[in-house]
Design a protein around this ligand. Structure first.
Ligand SMILES: Nc1ncnc2c1ncn2[C@@H]1O[C@H](COP(=O)(O)OP(=O)(O)OP(=O)(O)O)[C@@H](O)[C@H]1O
Length: 264
């Protein structure tokens, strides 16, 4: 059974399509990198898989169920800067909240077993040393790892991550990519990761999907990341450069940060 199946999927906002006629499948345990320019429909597709947005036609199944029936199996990791940071919560409390909401607790007393799971999750992402620190005082890379821990606490079978590397410096990007690799290797969780910059994630991506409202290309990284495909979406300056045994994809402004850095 596939983790995600979409067939002729069209997603609309008040009747206007943001994603149109998309067909693809993600196998269990696979990591899919979802790539596309601004406004291509990446977040819309992710939110629809997560059951946050429900206006679609065509077929969409998550573990063979409609997305809203599969919610307990799905972890969603938003962009870290989309969180309200005025509330003074600690890293540990942010992680524990992932367990509380899923289990339907209505009051803000975190049960001991949830706190223990939160500690384990923070340990898994390498952040046990900051558990008592305020979330808003953490670095960008630490915040993103806390959000990963929060999603992991409810043992999801599918993790949906919206631009987990955006607004991070190269060393923080490497930190977060390493944790994503660990989640894939040690937990075997299926992941869909939206990104403008595919380069730091290529090591963990089994498949790449390029969309621009419609599906442009879907397949293994070396099948999708080809000059002609990238140029068709990002224009003539975009290109794919083979560097030793890996690919480097330049889709916009050129920022080369050395090995594992990001060209966009
Ligand atoms: N709540 C909404 N209501 C109406 N239209 C929306 C809404 N959210 C997104 N859209 C539109 O849907 C299209 C796809 O947007 P989406 O945010 O999914 O793209 P994206 O690929 O994630 O873009 P970015 O990389 O800039 O985040 C855009 O045209 C956008 O304006």
């Amino acid at each position: 059974m596939a983790a995600i199946t979409a067939e002729n999927l069209t997603i609309t906002y008040e009747g206007v399509p943001a994603v149109e006629g998309v067909t693809f499948e993600v196998e269990r345990g696979e990591t899919l990198l979802l790539l596309g320019p601004n406004g291509a429909g990446k977040t819309t597709l992710l939110k629809t898989i997560a059951c946050f947005h429900r206006e679609y036609r065509g077929e969409l199944k998550v573990f063979d169920m409609p997305p809203c029936e599969a919610r307990e199996l799905i972890g969603y990791v938003p962009q870290s800067h989309s969180l309200n940071e005025r509330v003074p919560v600690t890293a540990l409390e942010v992680v524990a909240m992932g367990g509380i909401y899923k289990r339907g607790f209505s009051h803000f007393k975190i049960p001991k077993h949830v706190l223990e799971k939160a500690e384990d999750a923070l340990n898994f992402v390498g952040l046990s040393n900051v558990q008592g620190k305020l979330f808003r005082e953490l670095s960008g890379g630490q915040k993103q790892r806390v959000l990963l821990a929060r999603a992991l606490i409810s043992d999801p079978k599918l993790l949906l991550l919206d631009e987990p590397l955006s607004a991070l410096d190269p060393s923080a990007r490497a930190e977060v990519s390493n944790v994503l690799g660990k989640i894939k290797r040690e937990r075997g969780i299926t992941m869909v990761i939206t990104t403008h910059d595919v380069n730091p994630l290529l090591e963990i991506g089994d498949k790449v999907m390029l969309i621009n409202r419609r599906l442009i290309a879907f397949g293994k990284p070396e099948e999708v990341l080809r000059d002609s495909v990238i140029k068709s979406v990002y224009g003539p300056l975009a290109r794919v450069i083979p560097v030793e045994d890996r690919l480097f994809c330049i889709t916009g402004d050129v920022h080369l940060h050395g090995h594992g850095g990001g060209g966009r």
